[in-house]
Design a protein around this ligand. Structure first.
Ligand code: P6P
Length: 336
């Protein structure tokens, strides 16, 4: 029988383990959970309130912005811009950092987020979600507005990160370092209740998740790795691909296995192109997987050690069970 722990109580108890804590991060995360509940309420009734479809604009990555993207973006900004905990924000939907209005106090944290990852699938009722990462600003004693440099920090230095998957249930997966816990929203109560305590990813799984439509454009090692997974020698593995990173990585975190979005060598046969954005997709999700005992790599190095060159910097990512990622790297490096 689950003990009944709300996310608020969990955060207060987590804060108590840090004597130096001021409660700033706790209140920041509380405010975020309110935004998640507001987004949940609209995502779950999008078809009824004319929130399906496109908003008629493009984001900085050249992707069509859906009405729900815009709603989720505005909800998070309106919830988070006046609490005094943030010095600035960054979002998939905005070309530049989002400043704190001058009428409000600035705080010592930055918030980077993808307001609604996977939203291109929303009209088909596929799981989507919000991804977020929180860093300390570079100069904690500074009082004024934050800068882009405060946001462009590696995921290794995240103070907290997490995601909310709006699926068959709405679940918040959160880490403030050292562990990962999951909270399921009880719609009757309007509370996130602890449902997955201390999530640990299996050392090896039996599911791989990748868009195989890109296979002709992968590097040789990746292609040979995926061929290996399909072989009797490997099992074969099952393939599952939803097309929402949040849903594909969430399944990988709970069941084990590997999620891949490697570079494709289609337009630029030398450098290749990555798709997923470091700051508000690959970084926070890789952080969560690593805090749960998994691995997140670009193939060349840990995703967590890549410093974003700009807000919408893209990286390749292979993340999941440690033994699965180790096998991938052996193929990627030509050792197998
Ligand atoms: P593809 C969704 O648009 C997203 O950013 C991620 O959530 C997802 O993993 C990826 O793109 C899907 O990309 O090329 O397979 O459609």
């Amino acid at each position: 029988m689950h003990k009944l722990v709300t996310v608020q109580r969990y955060l207060v108890e987590a804060q108590a383990t840090h004597p130096e804590a001021t409660g700033d991060l706790t209140r920041l995360l509380w405010d975020l959970t309110i935004a998640f509940k507001l987004i949940h309420a609209q995502v779950n009734r999008a078809g009824l309130v004319n929130l399906y479809g496109l908003a008629g604009e493009e984001n900085p990555s050249g992707e069509a912005v859906t009405k729900l993207d815009r709603f989720a973006q505005d909800t998070i900004v309106r919830m988070m811009d006046h609490g005094g905990h943030l010095c600035c924000m960054a979002s998939e939907e905005e070309a530049k950092i989002i400043p704190i209005p001058s009428r409000y106090a600035c705080g010592k944290y930055t918030l980077a987020f993808d307001p609604l990852d996977g939203s291109s699938n929303i009209d088909a009722n596929v799981s989507v979600g919000t991804i977020f990462g929180i860093h300390r600003r570079l100069d904690e004693d500074a009082a004024g507005p934050g800068t882009e440099a405060d946001v462009l920090q590696p995921a290794r230095d995240l103070v907290a990160a997490g995601y909310v998957v709006y699926g068959s249930s709405t679940m918040l997966v959160l880490s403030t370092g050292g562990r990962v816990d999951g909270f399921t929203l009880d719609p009757a109560l309007g509370e996130f209740l602890l449902s997955h305590e201390n999530i640990r990813i299996p050392r090896r799984g039996s599911i791989y998740s990748v868009n195989e439509g890109n296979a002709p454009y992968w590097d040789d090692g990746t292609r040979r790795y995926v061929d290996h997974l399909k072989s009797p020698e490997a099992g074969p593995y099952k393939t599952r691909y939803i097309g929402s990173m949040i849903a594909d990585v969430h399944r990988t975190l709970l069941y084990g296995g590997v999620f891949l979005y490697p570079k494709t060598f289609k337009k630029d046969r030398d450098k290749g192109e990555a798709k997923l954005r470091l700051l508000y997709e690959a970084g926070p999700m890789g952080f969560i997987v690593e805090q749960a005992g998994g691995v997140a790599t670009t193939g060349e190095r840990s995703v967590l050690d890549v410093t974003p060159e700009h807000l919408h910097h893209r990286v390749p990512i292979v993340t999941g069970s440690p033994d699965d990622v180790a096998t991938y790297l052996a193929y990627y490096r030509g050792e197998r």
